[in-house]
Design a protein around this ligand. Sequence first.
Ligand SMILES: C[S@@+](CC[C@H](N)C(=O)[O-])C[C@H]1O[C@@H](n2cnc3c(N)ncnc32)[C@H](O)[C@@H]1O
Length: 202
Amino acid sequence: MGSQWGADKYYRRSKSEGYRSRAAYKLEEIQKKFGLIREDDNVVDLGAAPGSWMQVVKGITGGMIIGIDLNTIVPLDGTHSIRGDFTKKEIQDKVIALTGENNVGIVLCDAAPQFAGNKSYDQARAIGLNEGALYFACRMLKPGGNFIIKSFQGEMFQELLNEMRQNFYAVKVYRTRASRRGSTEVYIIAKNFKGKINAETD
Ligand SMILES: C[S@@+](CC[C@H](N)C(=O)[O-])C[C@H]1O[C@@H](n2cnc3c(N)ncnc32)[C@H](O)[C@@H]1O
């Protein structure tokens, strides 16, 4: 039985399996289906707190793992955490200082803005944040890199997909089983970055 309040089967499972959040199961499901995280990928996780996606990624790649969040990410061995807004240049420069230029194999983004309860305002902010994440991915990824991003179906979603298709050779929309029932949440699975030349997203 699903519950809006977190006491659902994924929440209980995350507690018993030591994950920091039920969100872990969304990434596990996406990885099982699409296998986009490769074992030598450097990975950047946008909106990473409390850090369950970083825990999942640690079990897959031997590459560098960097999590970025507005909130503190409790340290996770063998990973880097950056506190700040990933849309800001100074935060992006910190990532490049760690990875070098265009040396990231996959960017993950599970970030969402604080919702105010106004449907069309919230949707516009969510898509705006998605565009910031797309810009980040285009700045960091190596050609052939991948991008997984949470979004919300509604106004401007199609335009976002079109921008994704300008920058990646294959783009799909996927809804995870762990997404809450009735929510418009989906993940965009973008494969095979075309390279900087197509990255005119800002
Ligand atoms: C659903 S949580 C992510 C859960 C995470 N995937 C996990 O597995 O633990 C969304 C996060 O996005 C972060 N966030 C939203 N906007 C952000 C921004 N501009 N820069 C950095 N983090 C952001 C929020 O602070 C929040 O912690």
